[in-house]
Write a protein that binds this ligand. Structure first.
Ligand SMILES: Cc1cc2nc3c(=O)[nH]c(=O)nc-3n(C[C@H](O)[C@H](O)[C@H](O)COP(=O)(O)OP(=O)(O)OC[C@H]3O[C@@H](n4cnc5c(N)ncnc54)[C@H](O)[C@@H]3O)c2cc1C
Length: 660
């Protein structure tokens, strides 16, 4: 029996060469499909992988020793954060003092996930994210510094390092050195594959020569190790390779230590030039040409820690604003009496419980080494950064004018939260990714059936696959919704509603893919609607599983009552948002949106560049923007760390003296 060959999306008629290249880049970047699809991908097929979601991955499953150690660490850290940590000073002075870094090393926080044999605490991702959440609840800058070091800066050494590399670097990274992840460049932001830094193997094969410039390397000026991605010609093709570099290597020029910014102001982002830096071959990470996959794997971890930091900040903002609403009186009563304030309180509560549920579901999946987790980590990042931002925004509104005052903490959390929708994969890029990677195999199967029909290959296998598809797409008959067997009986109505929406997602995906045909490849707004539906469904599934666990654990009290009511409210909010997303596929303002955007762009083209800030690296308009005045903006000049030794931290104090 002839099997249905999945067709290749790149071969669809009407897909432009530029888009074909983008799809091809994404495919190499993602590597081979895992043999088993994860939870979110299965939603696109109308399936629920209940066994991956239930029971909720509890901390209890972590070894008793680790759980105890982590509990102690979090408790100790919370006391330190409350009583000693200079969060305000860090934000106002724009640096994290050396004594804080030392403290974090001494606590073991900066080496938490580094294996014990290399001097770290050897803890899992769930424990690590509990610590990140605690840090985020008090100081966004410190949470990001820890995450930049351990989730991305030196994660590749942990995951892909040779024994020699691990022995050489991990003990230092656990106790003494910070590390920096050097992916972004002046021309490389969201498009991580477009690396311009070059890596060439010397003729004798003993060294690599690195040339290029990196931008925004967090802690780059105070790090002892850089994970550097660059492009290498391999068999005539440009491939990304990752190397370990250290700041003492000849030709490493940290020409800017940091720039002043609105958020996470205590963190420093360096600009680093590599001028013919000679790097020993032994510093290759993983394999030549595998650097992009390596970088993305590290980002899987970074996306969780970003979410944990955001969750911590959002919970602080929520708690503060709820208390405020009970103690601030207007119109002769506490403002919490007003329904519009209650609406915000309920939303914040619902978002925080759902974020918490998704975060620790995702870390549980990472800890048990699920094979297909790219969509789950991406979903976690988009969901937590967006819901976290909404939570903080609602909290600020509740506090009114006082919320904007620096000493109330909310103002700082608000500023610090804003970065999360941009970094570690801008949310727009992640939405397209969730749609494309989530629906890719299904779209290719549909295309395969269409190709066979076009070529009149009506084999029994083809007809068997085509009939249910045709029934769905042409007759509007939905597939049977998945069923749930593992859910606490009291929650089954919420489970059934979710299952019906999963079945609706696959239906809507198929219908709109058929309708848009090749145009779906670039129809980002359509893609985002389906991605959002998947995102909310995942939020729903994680929240349901978490509530199921709380009920089975016989939780009670006001905290449990709040969580349960929050979860149930979240299911309603999610259902409305999913319905909105589906309705938007067929009923929307997209045409006028495209016209309005085109008109606004045409008008902008008539305005002089010299009125505006223009990207310094713009390939088309470089150097034509207005001069950006730096007077009164704090500067963090580089000091030429060519001979700085193992770490630039000894030079930090000089810069800080200049700053003050
Ligand atoms: C405080 C801070 C810390 C950072 N730390 C690090 C670090 O440690 N290491 C590192 O390598 N990098 C780091 N970065 C860089 C960060 O990863 C980039 O800012 C991020 O990748 C986005 O790139 P960009 O800012 O150049 O935005 P651009 O790529 O210029 O994109 C701008 C906007 O355009 C839109 N956009 C772009 N592409 C698409 C698309 N395909 N579809 C739809 N919309 C799109 C999005 O809305 C996006 O926000 C840091 C940045 C900051 C600000």
């Amino acid at each position: 029996m002839a099997k249905i060959q999945n067709a290749d999306l790149k071969d669809m008629k009407g897909v432009s060469d530029r888009d074909k290249k983008m799809i091809a880049d994404a495919e190499t970047l993602l590597g081979p499909e895992p043999s088993e699809m994860g939870v979110v991908k299965n939603f696109f097929w109308g399936n629920l992988r209940e066994e991956l979601l239930f029971p909720y991955p509890e901390m209890d499953k972590v070894s008793a020793d680790e759980r105890r150690e982590c509990d102690e660490l979090v408790a100790k850290l919370r006391v330190y954060l409350k009583e000693e940590h200079p969060a305000v000073e860090i934000d106002q002075e724009q640096y994290i003092p050396e004594w804080v870094l030392k403290k974090l090393f001494d606590f073991g926080v900066l080496g938490m996930t580094i294996p014990k044999e290399y001097g770290g605490l050897g803890m899992g991702i769930t424990s690590y994210n509990r610590v990140l959440e605690a840090l985020g609840s008090r100081c966004g800058s410190t949470a990001v510094l820890v995450s930049a070091h351990q989730s991305i800066g030196c994660k590749a050494v942990m995951l892909y390092g040779t024994e020699e590399q691990k022995a050489e670097y991990l003990p230092k990274l656990a106790r003494e050195w910070l590390s920096a992840f050097c992916l972004s460049e002046p021309q490389v932001g969201c498009d991580a594959g477009g690396q311009e830094t070059t890596i060439e193997l010397t003729d004798d094969g003993e060294h690599y020569i690195v040339n290029g410039e990196k931008k925004w390397a967090t802690s780059g000026a105070i790090a002892g190790l850089f994970t550097v991605m660059g492009v290498q010609k391999i068999d005539g093709k440009d491939r990304v390779t990752a190397l370990i570099l250290t700041p003492d290597m000849e030709g490493v020029d940290i020409f800017s230590k940091n720039r002043s910014k609105m958020c996470i102001r205590g963190t420093w982002q360096a600009r680093i030039r590599f001028n013919n830096v000679k790097v020993p071959k032994k510093n290759l990470l993983h394999k030549e040409g595998k650097g992009l996959g390596l970088a993305l794997t590290c980002l899987n971890y970074g996306r969780c820690t970003l979410s944990a930091g955001m969750l911590g900040g959002a919970k602080t903002a929520m708690d503060q604003s709820i208390k405020w609403s009970q103690t601030r009186h207007q119109f002769g009563r506490p403002i919490s009496d007003f329904e519009l304030v209650q609406q915000k309180i309920a939303k914040m509560s619902a978002y925080c419980y759902a974020m918490d549920s998704m975060l620790y579901m995702t870390t549980g999946m990472l800890d048990r080494h699920d094979t297909d987790i790219m969509l789950e980590t991406a979903t976690c990042k988009v969901f937590c950064s967006e819901m976290g931002w909404r939570t903080v925004d609602n909290a600020l509104q509740i506090m009114g004018g006082e919320g904007t005052m620096a000493e109330n903490e909310l103002e700082r959390i608000f500023r610090d939260s804003r970065i999360n929708t941009i970094v570690e994969g801008a949310n727009e890029v992640m939405q397209s990714f969730i749609f494309a990677y989530g629906g890719k195999q299904l779209a290719e199967k549909m295309l395969g059936i269409k190709d066979m029909a076009d070529n009149k290959k009506f084999t029994p296998t083809m007809i068997k696959a085509a009939l249910p598809l045709g029934r769905e797409v042409f007759l509007g008959i939905r597939n049977k919704a998945p069923s749930m067997t593992k859910l606490h009986p009291s929650l089954s109505p919420y489970g059934s509603r979710m299952c019906r929406l999963i079945s609706e997602l696959t239906y809507q995906f198929k219908v709109i893919s058929k309708k848009k045909d090749a145009a779906i490849v670039t129809a980002q707004v359509t893609q985002a609607r389906l991605a959002d539906a998947a995102l909310y469904l995942h939020g729903w599934a994680c929240t349901l599983s978490r509530l199921d666990m709380d009920i089975r654990n016989n939780e009670s009290g006001t905290e449990f009552d709040r969580n349960k009511a929050s979860a149930i409210h979240f299911f309603d909010l999610a259902e409305l948002a999913i319905h909105d997303a589906f309705r938007g596929l067929h009923e929307n303002a997209d045409d006028t949106m495209l016209t309005a955007a085109a008109a606004a762009l045409a008008h902008s083209s008539t305005l002089e560049n010299n009125l505006f800030a223009i990207p310094e690296s713009s390939p088309s308009d470089k150097g034509t923007g207005r001069e950006l005045k730096q007077d009164h903006i704090k500067q963090f000049p580089g000091t030429g760390l060519e001979n700085a030794g193992s770490t630039g931290r000894e030079h930090m104090s000089e810069t800080i003296e200049q700053l003050n």
